[in-house]
Design a protein around this ligand. Structure first.
Ligand code: FAD
Ligand code: N01
Length: 538
């Protein structure tokens, strides 16, 4: 019998939190501090969210460990020691478990419990939440910490169910070690997950065949064991550095060059790209201030990376197929790798360019493209997520007057600040669409949202208020503002998951807020200081 089955779920609570990733865990901690009764409902049998599910070989963070960690507790951040510049999944999962233990969170988490529906009772101003096990709980507030990248997605490839070999999805990888030794492995997809997994799988398997529809830009991570001096530099004044990071565009403290790529000579420009390529990681995109604003500036960075790919991959046709030309660099989430392009020089690795020879069907024994039939022992689907809205829309939400979230978001998500949706009182979303979320160091954005929500609930407690709702006008203004800011950038020109473009039929709307983490924080703080403008209370 699991822990959750033995722990009764109270019939009535102040707050239900859905999800026990970093967002849900920190929310629980803050609510306890306010003296509110709260429980987390979590589908998995452990904490960690993303880092619980994504156990594929090579899974690793692309924000440096010193920054991809909680900042809310000085003792925690001083004591925890990361072993590498960019932490791998097992270490991040250990950290999540450490946080759960250190703050005694588990006693209020119900694992293996999925929320199926939530209905707002207007008379009582409370949510009635129903789980997949038929449990029903009433809560004043519902906080969704369901994650932006937690609804893993298998593609609609014909024959997918006919395949009789081993299948894996990077987003729900088995808990046991998967042995690829001596096997013929297909990998479908070339996003961040695939780019991390392919070099590791290729080092073990007999053969790896990568099925690529669209190439992505990837920057070497230059991962290395944690440098004690660097760790010391961070920890000496961790609080101050974290504060600086919070005000950055991406919530990551790194050097942003204020110059335009077009105001320096070609020599200087390439020297800056080279310096950042050598240093590794996503800071590459900070080389110049206009890379996501100006296509001509962006082209210089894109061509620099394409030339790196051409210089690394020995087979010219493979190199050209791997060199992205369909989107400006950075407008799809930039990838960070360890020897990704070099892997194509291995004799056991082959790239199939699906733009030339598309997959026709998956067969019982492998994959058939328009050109050939290939047999595999295993297929790895690195095909991504129904991002940002997927996990929320899996839950049947019924708000005020029978409003359904699925209907409200039929043409794309609409929210006020990515925190609340008009018509759904007392429902809060951590890193919801309309907030910086996936465009940031997500732990920074999670902490900011959790702190803001805790502030709101504390304020309501103090004033004896029981119900909060975003007004339609505030929501419309925020959605319009979000669109305007996005349209000033190159982002909407890419067929990315930020735009919902990876899911057939999903509305094409730029979902995160691109105004910047620091700017967004200031707006949220101003709104709170002004008595929560744009929110209606009863
Ligand atoms: P999650 O960690 O996604 O947790 C959500 C939890 O909610 C899950 O455990 C899920 O099971 C649960 N849940 C969802 N729906 C329900 C339901 N209906 N009922 C019950 N439980 C439910 N971000 C960065 O900033 N830097 C990185 O380097 C980075 N690397 C990443 C690598 C991978 C492979 C992926 C997939 C994402 C990465 N991210 C990264 C984004 C990452 O998702 C966030 O950094 C962060 O972990 C999100 O935490 P969360 O608590 O918001 O959501
Ligand atoms: O998913 P993706 P992901 N036939 O959507 C292909 C975070 N993350 O799991 O582009 C063939 O990026 C699809 O092709 P196309 C990070 O935010 C971070 O890799 O649609 N191919 C694409 O190549 C990231 O952005 C890290 O043409 C099909 C791939 O599958 C996000 O999670 C590591 C297909 C999906 O790529 C998602 O990354 C991992 C089909 N029918 C994840 N359907 C870090 O390094 C889909 N594809 C921190």
């Amino acid at each position: 019998m699991s822990e959750s089955e033995t722990k009764p779920l109270p019939a009535s609570l102040d707050v239900i939190i859905v999800g026990a990733g970093f967002g849900g865990m920190y929310m629980l901690h803050r609510l306890r501090g306010l003296g509110l009764s709260a429980r987390i409902l979590e589908g998995a049998d452990g904490v960690g969210g993303t880092w619980y599910w994504n156990r594929y070989p090579g899974a690793r963070c692309d924000v440096e460990s010193m920054q991809y960690s909680f900042s809310f507790d000085e003792a925690l951040q001083q004591e925890w020691q990361w072993s590498e510049r960019f932490a791998a999944q097992p270490e991040i999962l250990r950290y999540a478990n450490h946080v759960a233990d250190r703050f005694d969170l588990r006693r209020d988490i119900h694992f293996e419990t999925r929320v199926a529906s939530a209905r707002f009772d207007e008379a009582a101003s409370r949510w009635t939440i129903t789980t997949d096990k038929g449990q029903v709980v009433s809560a004043r507030f519902c906080v969704m910490a369901t994650g932006c990248l937690s609804a893993a997605r298998l593609p609609d490839i014909p024959g997918i169910r006919d395949y009789t070999g081993e299948t894996y999805h990077t987003g729900f990888w088995p808990h046991r070690r998967v042995d690829f030794a001596g096997k013929r492995v297909a990998v479908i997809g070339t996003g961040s997950s695939a780019i991390q997994a392919i070099p590791v799988i290729a080092a073990e398997a007999a053969q790896v065949t990568v099925f690529q529809r669209t190439p992505n830009f990837s920057i070497p991570s230059r991962n290395a064991p944690m440098d004690a001096e660097y760790e010391g530099w961070w920890k000496r004044d961790y609080r101050e550095k974290r504060q600086q990071a919070r005000m950055m565009r991406t919530g990551i403290l790194y050097a942003l060059n204020p110059l335009s790529a077009l105001e320096v000579s070609e020599e200087e420009r390439n020297a800056e790209y080279e310096r950042r390529w050598t240093n590794g990681g996503t800071a590459f995109m900070g080389a110049f201030s206009d890379l996501i604003l100006n296509k001509t500036a962006n082209d210089t960075a894109a061509e620099f990376v394409r030339n790196k790919i051409r210089a690394t991959v020995k087979d010219p046709a493979t190199a050209e197929a791997l060199a992205p030309k369909d989107h400006p660099i950075g407008t799809k989430r930039i990838c960070v790798d360890t020897h990704y392009y070099e892997t194509y020089n291995r004799p056991n690795v082959r790239l199939v360019n699906l733009r030339q020879t598309p997959i026709e069907t998956i067969t019982a024994t492998g994959i058939r493209t328009s050109a050939e039939s290939l047999e595999f022992d295993a297929i790895v689907f690195a095909t991504g997520f129904d991002a940002m809205t997927g996990a929320l829309l899996k839950i049947d939400f019924e708000g005020r007057g029978g409003r359904r979230l699925s209907a409200e978001w039929e043409h794309g998500p609409r929210s006020y600040l990515g925190l609340m949706v008009a018509g759904f009182p007392n429902l809060l979303t951590i890193t919801g669409p309309g907030s910086p979320s996936v465009l940031s160091n997500m732990i920074v954005s999670i902490e900011q949202h959790v702190d803001w929500i805790a502030g709101l609930l504390g304020d309501m407690q103090a004033r004896g208020r029981t119900c909060v709702e975003a007004t339609d006008t505030a929501q419309e203004d925020w959605v319009r503002h979000g669109e305007e800011v996005a349209n000033r950038t190159l982002y909407p020109s890419a067929a990315s998951w930020y735009m919902g473009a990876n899911i057939p039929g999903k509305p094409r709307v730029f979902m995160p807020y691109i105004g910047g983490v620091g700017v967004y924080r200031e707006k949220c703080d101003e709104i709170a200081a002004g008595g929560y403008t744009g929110f209606a209370f009863t």
